[in-house]
Design a protein around this ligand. Sequence first.
Ligand SMILES: [Zn+2]
Length: 64
Amino acid sequence: MVMPNKDRVVLKEANFIACCSFCGKEAEKEDSIELIIGPQVSICSECVEICAELLKEKAVDAST
Ligand SMILES: [Zn+2]
């Protein structure tokens, strides 16, 4: 019976670097950004702003 290597999973979690899944910025290195961390992905405040802009533009397009 083969068990999944739990040691490796723990090690990976211990070495987890909080970085944006979209632009790859590391929150610890960038004082100006906030990182929103989800269960599988994270997004930084800069990417949130970009997304907000895109959604705003899309809303404008839809209304015209
Ligand atoms: Zn980002």
